[in-house]
Design a protein around this ligand. Structure first.
Ligand SMILES: [Zn+2]
Ligand SMILES: [Zn+2]
Length: 272
């Protein structure tokens, strides 16, 4: 029972303290929980917090890691707490992120593309009436590929999230997806099955068809609820467990100390 993607109030748009998410995980019988709040956004501007309410400010970074380490130690023997982070991929800022993420305290780094052409993926205002939905989606996937290739991340998060707020389902050409699956495989990163998709649209990120393609290509999969409230910890695991079993996907990845290990699905209880 794992959940490798959770937030808390530090980022400015999630509710509850880190300890409240750990309590929720304990109540649900999880064995392993990663705290992965939004890393500081390192735009070239050098401003401490260029997107207030979306990420923790840079000045909060070290305190965040210290709090997670202290909580991990306090929970030892009851819950495995992994010290993680969800970091943005910002082209051209790889070196700044490499310096930030080069920290012995980190177990796992999730990589996300949240910004395309300066708009957040969930920002509906980007879509003018004549928006080139497929063109924007293609640029988004190009960034996902570049993020994977950057080597900054252990797990790529919600790799088709942009579909959730697009004015119509994007129809990225098959070759875009072929290239993306191949790039993820070549980069040797894992991809999460993110159940915030079920809270925004009626399927996970990525869609089940893509999960099948990733698995067939040998891309390791993992699970994250992307909880922004304590009661969202482990959200929709039973649905995902059933979907994995049905497709013969029999192991999930866990990352500790920046090293990935595959855990057989039998080790995960199906329910709750
Ligand atoms: Zn968030
Ligand atoms: Zn995200």
């Amino acid at each position: 029972m794992i959940d490798l993607h959770t937030h808390h109030e530090r980022c400015g748009h999630a509710a509850g303290s880190m300890a409240m998410y750990a309590d929720a995980a304990l109540r649900r019988g999880l064995r392993t929980l990663a705290v992965t709040d939004h890393a500081p956004l390192l735009l070239a501007s050098g401003v401490d917090d260029p997107a207030p309410g979306m990420h923790m400010p840079k000045s909060a970074w070290s305190g965040y890691l210290d709090e997670a380490v202290a909580l991990r130690d306090r929970l030892a023997g009851r819950l495995e707490l992994l010290v993680g982070v969800e970091a943005d991929y910002i082209p051209g800022r790889e070196a700044a992120y490499r310096a930030l993420l080069d920290d012995q305290r980190l177990d796992v780094v999730l990589g996300s593309v949240h910004y395309v052409d300066g708009f957040h993926v969930y920002d509906r205002t980007r879509w003018s009436s004549n928006a080139d939905v497929d063109g924007v989606y293609a640029r988004y996937l190009e960034l996902v590929r570049a993020a994977a290739a950057s080597g900054l991340f252990d797990v790529m998060a919600h790799i088709d999230a942009m579909k959730a707020r697009a004015p119509r389902p994007p129809s990225a050409p098959e070759r875009e997806w072929d290239a993306t699956v191949a790039a993820l495989r070549a980069a040797d990163v894992a991809v999460e099955i993110n159940t915030s998709g079920y809270r925004k649209v009626d399927e996970p990120f990525p869609a089940w068809g893509l999960i099948e393609r990733l698995h067939a290509a040998g891309v390791p999969l993992t699970f994250g609820s992307d909880a922004h409230r304590p009661d969202e910890v482990h959200h929709a695991w039973a649905t995902v467990h059933a979907g994995l079993t049905q497709r013969g996907i029999d192991a999930l990845a866990v990352v500790r100390g920046r090293r990935r290990e595959m855990v057989p699905l039998e080790a995960f209880a199906p329910a709750v």
